[in-house]
Design a protein around this ligand. Sequence first.
Ligand code: CDV
Length: 315
Amino acid sequence: MSRIVTIGAAQMGAIAPDESRESCVARMVELIRQAKSRGCTFVVFPELALTTFFPRYFEEDISRMDHWYETEMPGPATRPLFEAASEAGIGFYLGYAELTPDGHRFNSAILVDETGRINGKYRKVHLPGHSEYEPHRPFQHLEKRYFEPGDLGFGVWRQHGGIIGMAICNDRRWAETYRVMGLKGAEMIVLGYNTPDLNTSGHEPNHLRMFHNHLAMQANAYMNGCWVVGVAKAGIEDGCMLIGGSCIIQPSGEITAVATSLEDELITTAGDLDLCNMPKATIFNFAKHRRIEHYGIIASQTGAELPTKLSEVAE
Ligand code: CDV
């Protein structure tokens, strides 16, 4: 049986602070229409795809930010997306801000199957940025203020004849993200991102933002023998430039499609999940080659602990 999934990476251009959910959803429905006409069965949307990237705004009283979050999924504004996708027989990944009934806030994503059923949920684990106002920055990145670290771990789900895992933005820079899902058999890891073209934490030439974006996803696709689909919200949002560069990466680590604009843009690849088989059976056959007796500190220690002696050479 063929395991080809025609993947659509649905990059979105900027979302202005006053743009409504309905308008964002109408843009996504148009991308679903294009995806259908190009034979896609699965579409990936960005992180926080229903609103502007609101963690750039400081608010003392967090409850005054409630309007940026979804309290139900689908809700009245998002239901047309679910309907359009299921009518088209298309499954999708959608990133949004989640406010739970008991008051917890997460940067979340869902995996929806081709019938419109929510098959999986992920809550962002690696939250970047800071929790208090930092006046030296040209703009804020307050994810640590507005979200709790995800409490669901890195799940994978059977869908579209394969095994799909989810991540969100900053997660893509961490090898652990992919390896945990790789150890659960992930054949496709999908993620959305909002990445300013300026590093406000330290000096870094702007061109490195795109290089690191692709470097991390390509390397980890290769090292886990899986497809990786990374989808941007791009362009100038309220004066803040977000990189584009949405891409589809095959298990060799090579990019098969890349966005060329900073606007709403659909890129596609007919992705054969069986391309995962060879790397998973040979060079990255985890069961055969991993040496877990040497990996313990990866899961028990966060920061680096330096050697105490000047040189520690094994006898
Ligand atoms: N939304 C994000 O997680 N953005 C981060 C920051 C650090 C730019 C990113 O890793 O792209």
